[in-house]
Design a protein around this ligand. Structure first.
Ligand code: PNS
Length: 164
């Protein structure tokens, strides 16, 4: 079987343990995996693109077939530019499905040769999202166990600026 390149796109603001779970599953399944951070988010992000890329790169550093990149514009254009036949997405619960199906079918309409593949993260992450992590963090709650330790550190740095 040929080595398949997959693109795992998202906002990753911030990455969660659910994202990491999908990356780990994806890198076992595909020859190469590009984690692609969308740069043109309309809403105000918590982390800059650079910070998000740094955190993803740190967490995936040991995974030899995983790289981190950024993209803007249409996802299918990026996938074609990278010659990736697969877009990887995680589906947590039934509530995700409608949005994901709509996006996958629209992407198929735009680029019929690019397939979307869905992977389910571990059940314990089924309720986890970047939006909830941002909300918990902003309201002073603990995000321990929800995000990789480096993300937790970066979140804490936002409230406790380092004294040099
Ligand atoms: O992690 P997210 O925010 O759910 O990821 C959404 C993302 C980045 C995959 C989606 O918004 C996207 O692909 N944006 C790029 C623009 C695009 O291609 N839009 C058409 C999708 S049908």
């Amino acid at each position: 079987m040929p080595e398949i390149l997959a693109v795992y796109p998202g906002s990753f603001d911030p990455m969660t343990n659910g994202h990491l779970d999908v990356i780990e599953r994806g890198c076992r399944l595909f020859g190469r995996l590009i984690v692609a951070v969308l740069t043109n988010i309309e809403k105000e992000p918590l982390f800059t693109v650079r910070e998000r890329v740094e955190m993803l790169s740190a967490v995936t550093g040991e995974m030899k077939n995983v790289s981190v990149d950024t993209f803007s514009g249409l996802l299918v254009d990026y996938a074609r530019y990278k010659r990736a036949p697969v877009i990887l997405r995680g589906v947590r619960a039934f509530s995700d499905f409608e949005y994901e199906l709509q996006m996958a079918l629209m992407n198929r309409k735009l680029a019929p040769t690019v397939e979307t593949v869905f992977l389910m993260p571990q059940e314990e992450y089924s309720y986890l999202s970047s939006r909830l992590v941002r909300e918990i963090f902003k309201l002073g709650g603990s995000v321990k166990g929800l995000v990789p330790p480096i993300v937790e550190e970066k979140l804490l740095e936002k409230v406790l600026p380092r004294v040099s």
